[in-house]
Ligand binder design. Sequence first.
Ligand code: UDX
Ligand code: UDX
Length: 451
Amino acid sequence: MKSRSETVSIVGMGYVGLCTAATFASRSIRTVGIDIDEARVEQIRRGKAPLHEPQLDTLLKQAVKSKLLEATSDISRAFGTDTTFLTVGTPSQQDGSIDLSYVKNACEDLGNVLREKRGYHLVVVKSTVVPGTTNGTVKRFLEQSVGKKVGSELGLCANPEFLKEGTAINDALHPDKIIIGSNDKKSANRLKRLYRKFYGPRLPPVILTSPESAELVKYASNAFLATKVSFINTVANIAQQIPGVDVGTIAEAIGLDPRIGGLFLKAGPGYGGSCFHKDLQALINYSKNNGYDSTLFRATEETNEQQSNKVVDMAEALLGSLSGKRVAVLGLAFKKDTDDIREASSLRVIIQLKKKGVHVIAYDPMAIPNTKKQLADQIGYADNPYSALKGADCAIILTEWDEFVKLKPKDFQACMKTPNVVDARRIFDPEEFSQLNYVAIGLGARRSLRD
Ligand code: UDX
Ligand code: UDX
């Protein structure tokens, strides 16, 4: 007799849950996507992603059409599946510590559904949670609502994801590793079997560990990457003080040492996005509550916070007083190819510019609708980079959009009142832009040509 093929359900159709669901379905694994937000579910049913992520719309359309993905707000649909992934959000509380209320709700709702289930069901925590959450809060809430202990009929694993916005689908299809944290062999083997079906002969290295280690891997990963960015921004600030030095050269050179590695060494206005700040704060708080003050990670965050001041200082150095000046902000998204502005450095820079009495006019190819929701009419919005630059005293590049890379010195000269340019993303060639008042993060002053 042919064995029944495995099915999965995913609770939380946010960024991570939806990308995971779409990729599972693309590998012919029947998937039920569950979310409490009915409008979001309706949109997914129509094969339309409620967020911007390259390739996601195409995968979703195929998945919905082939009926391999079913979107619903009814969590009882998890009953008939073999494995349920929890991908609900884990935001920060006021003090920076992790807010587990969505995780608790999801566990309770799922547990009630699984009460009458006979046979094995595996629950997998994919949300980013501090060490001890899977074996603590999750296990407690699940066991209480299911009415049985984790073990022979109810499996539990921690299985963090490492998706990056903008390349999430590719990251989900080709991860560099899979981390499975479990207390028993049965649940780990079940999850590994599912991933073997997903990846076939291309199964990436699987690291089997305790749930607590799996949970910490995710935080350690984000903390390392964020620290690498704050490190290069620190080097950039030092380089900027030295005539003839460019942080780009320093990054390229040190990156050739395999112990350092060349990725994540791009100096800029500071990291943003929904994860780095949130996860560092959660880790700092978690560690503090356990009696250890993680000085390094606090410094990573502080350096990041200050980096936006550096950008404003550079504009101020070019213009003298900023009060009453018109500044064009090119780029609002926290990185290119996304409409996401969560924790974006653009917001920190804009707030400071506003405090100094600047008239800000911003342009971004995708992120204006989200920015309008947050800043409303506190700033002006332009339809294209040229109209943002029109009559401006200074331009600040805050996102590395391809569209901005194409701009030439003459575009700035033609549109602006005075061509002062602060390149906070290092997208322009300093030589080519030397005809303007051009300054850039990590670029020391040009050496005067003597002899
Ligand atoms: C994910 C999480 O896994 C988080 O822990 C990680 O740090 C980053 O990635 P994300 O996908 O960005 O978070 O979450 P978000 O965009 O907030 O979406 C969560 C979804 O879960 C929302 O659509 C929300 O409606 C839904 N939800 C929330 C439920 O379906 N049930 C709940 O009980 C709570
Ligand atoms: C990050 C992690 O990379 C991912 O593994 C995790 O699952 C979620 O958090 P994401 O937030 O999508 O992903 O973006 P990422 O590409 O890591 O960039 C984060 C921020 O760092 C951006 O603002 C980016 O501009 C900045 N950055 C990144 C730099 O300033 N310099 C760099 O060299 C790299």
